[in-house]
Design a protein around this ligand. Structure first.
Ligand code: FES
Ligand SMILES: [Fe+2]
Length: 388
């Protein structure tokens, strides 16, 4: 993090400390809870938020070499992203043009030799998705337009070491022409300073959780609950207040601040460091969190599951640099275990109970306080995105 930003954030922390304050929204917000339970609303969200809009797919370091590929689903759409020999990325729907089977069946790997072959009838495709061979069946498809049998391409771009793909339905050109320099909005300098391009994947977990997808994101949008819900875990090292939250356009910043920040208190303002004492959580609206924790990066990618009360969540941890020693790797694997123990044993069970009660018609609205500006900014952005 650049020095002026370190100073800006630490000044803000000590100013809030002095006034016994915390970052505040202009006014509280009443949030109708049907957005977490209504299947019709979820169908609208899928169309509006998860199609035709660039979503974070992975970090560039996962696709470092020519021929490297990563597969994942973006809201159910199977996608493969590959690095070509020209170093550029291609994103394609991971479906065979013959009868729709998955072509790339592994989560990641490197395409060797002539390309990859579909497991169903063994059609082969090159790294750019062009159909190369149809064993035993040349005659059968002789009259078909071969170019039309290529894999379907999607828009893809990289910005500051992060890879974005725009899921689009067949026949739609939604998302074409998006300006990549706009993806991080007012957080562009911060995201550049995270040096995501140097990150290497250490471990990743995908799971289904019985929560509306937005309730997973909401969990990260305020640190106000730390002193209570995480009394015996996080609260031993992290403050509930003051909390720093910033609205940076299509990105929110919610900072978790450690007790160790007080080591900076007696230093002159321009010598204070902030990032060694903070978890910087960047919420890339609508569905991703990129979290910087001193010496590593974590990402949370959240998509809707089968219904309004189910989310698919992928949690990944990345090191800085690829040649980390065994000790660092053990430490990072342990960090993700600790992190997931807090979320899966403390945060999510609490909210799963709420989700079930909402599904049963429990209460019609939540109230987000002025001291929860991250929640307010996120849901205001969602409202706007859903209505424009
Ligand atoms: S579905 Fe791929 S070759 Fe038939
Ligand atoms: Fe929490």
């Amino acid at each position: 993090m650049r020095t002026e930003r370190e100073v800006e954030l630490s000044d803000e922390f000590f100013r809030l400390l002095e006034t016994k304050g915390t970052s505040m929204a202009a006014k509280p917000r009443t949030q109708v809870t049907s957005v977490y339970t209504d299947p019709g609303y979820l169908a609208d969200e899928r169309r509006t938020l998860f199609r035709g809009r660039p979503l974070l797919f992975c970090l560039s370091g996962e696709l470092a070499e020519p021929g490297a590929y990563v597969t994942a689903e973006l809201d159910g759409l199977p996608v493969v992203v590959l690095r070509g020999e020209d170093e550029h990325l291609r994103a394609m729907v991971n479906m065979c043009s013959h009868r729709g089977a998955r072509i790339y069946t592994e989560e990641r790997g490197t395409v060797q030799g002539r390309g990859v072959s579909c497991p169903f009838h063994a059609w082969t495709y090159d790294i750019y998705g062009r159909l190369m061979g149809q064993p035993l069946a040349r005659e059968g498809f002789k009259d078909c337009d071969r170019d039309a049998l290529s894999m379907r391409h999607l828009d893809v771009f990289e910005r500051h070491g992060a890879v974005f793909v725009t899921p689009a339905d067949a026949g739609s050109d939604a998302g074409e022409g998006f300006d990549p320099t706009k993806i991080f909005g007012a957080a562009d300098d911060d995201l550049r300073d995270l040096n995501l391009k140097d990150c290497r994947l250490v471990e990743s977990h995908t799971r289904t959780i019985g929560l509306n997808w937005k309730l997973v994101i909401d969990t990260f949008l305020e640190s106000y609950h730390v002193f209570s819900l995480h009394r015996d875990t996080l609260a031993t090292r992290q403050l509930s207040a003051p909390g720093i939250t910033e609205d940076l356009g299509p990105v929110g910043l919610v900072v978790g601040i450690r007790n160790s920040i007080f080591e900076e208190q007696d230093k002159p303002s321009n010598e204070r460091r902030f990032s060694p004492h903070a978890t910087l959580q960047y919420i890339l609206y609508p569905n991703v969190i990129v979290s910087h924790q001193i010496d590593h990066i974590e990402t949370w990618q959240v998509c809707p599951g089968a219904g309004p009360d189910e989310a698919l969540v992928r949690t990944s941890i990345y090191s800085y640099g690829s040649d980390i020693d065994e000790r660092t790797e053990r430490y990072l694997r342990r960090s993700i275990e600790v992190l997931m123990a807090v979320t899966d044993e403390e945060d999510f069970p609490q909210v799963v109970q709420t989700q079930r009660a909402l599904m049963a018609g429990g209460i019609g609205q939540f109230t987000f306080g002025r001291n929860e500006p991250g929640l307010i900014a996120y849901h205001e952005w969602l409202d706007d995105a859903m209505t424009t």
